[in-house]
Design a protein around this ligand. Structure first.
Ligand code: NI
Length: 167
C-alpha cells in the first residue's frame, strides 16, 4: 500500500473530467487500497480519484465512527434527487476550509462496487451529501464552486499562500 499525494485547490488538475472505469480489475482494487490508506491517514470521510490525480470514475467513502466501513463507488451516477439539506462541508483538497453547501437530502444512485457488482440504492443525509460531493470531483467540480465569487477568491488566495509556505 502507498500514501498518495492529494491535490490542493486551486490546482487546475482538480478540473479534469474523469473517465468511466471499463474493467474492475486488480489494478483498480490496488488503487482503492491506496486511496483508502490515504483517506484514513488524512483523515477524511471521502476521496475521489480526481483528488489524487487519477482521472477515473472512482470514489471511496467511510462515514462510520469506527472508521472500518469503507464504501466503494465505481462509475457512480445519481438517478434521482429529493428534498434539500444544508450542511457544513470540508474537503481534503481544500484543507482547513468549512462552508455551508445546499444539496439534495435524498438520492438514488447507481454504481459498481469493488467486485464490479451493480449497486442501486436510495440513501439520505450525510451519505447522500458525501456521494454528491465526491461525484462533483469526478466532474471537475469542487465544493468551493458553490460559494460566492468573493469567498472563492479568499479561499484561493489563502490556500496558495499556504502552498507557497509549505515549499
Ligand atoms: Ni472533496
Amino acid at each position: 500500500m502507498a500514501l498518495l499525494e492529494i491535490l490542493h485547490y486551486p490546482d487546475p488538475r482538480l478540473r479534469t473530467q474523469a473517465a468511466p472505469v471499463t474493467d474492475v480489475n486488480d489494478d483498480i482494487r490496488t488503487l482503492i487500497n491506496d486511496m483508502a490508506e490515504t483517506m484514513y491517514a488524512a483523515p477524511g470521510i471521502g476521496l475521489a480519484a480526481t483528488q489524487i490525480n487519477v482521472h477515473k470514475q472512482l470514489i471511496i467513502i467511510d462515514i462510520s465512527e469506527s472508521r472500518d466501513h469503507l464504501q466503494v463507488f465505481i462509475n457512480p451516477e445519481v438517478m434521482s434527487k429529493e428534498s434539500e439539506i444544508t450542511t457544513e462541508e470540508g474537503c481534503l483538497s481544500v484543507p482547513g476550509i468549512y462552508e455551508s453547501v445546499t444539496r439534495a437530502e435524498i438520492i438514488t444512485y447507481r454504481a459498481l462496487d469493488a467486485q464490479g457488482k451493480k449497486i442501486e440504492e436510495k440513501v439520505s443525509g450525510l451519505l447522500a451529501v458525501c456521494i454528491q460531493h465526491e461525484i462533483d470531483h469526478l466532474k471537475g467540480k469542487v465544493f468551493v464552486d458553490y460559494l460566492s465569487r468573493l469567498k472563492q477568491q479568499r479561499i484561493s488566495k489563502k490556500l496558495l499562500k499556504q502552498q507557497r509556505q509549505a515549499m
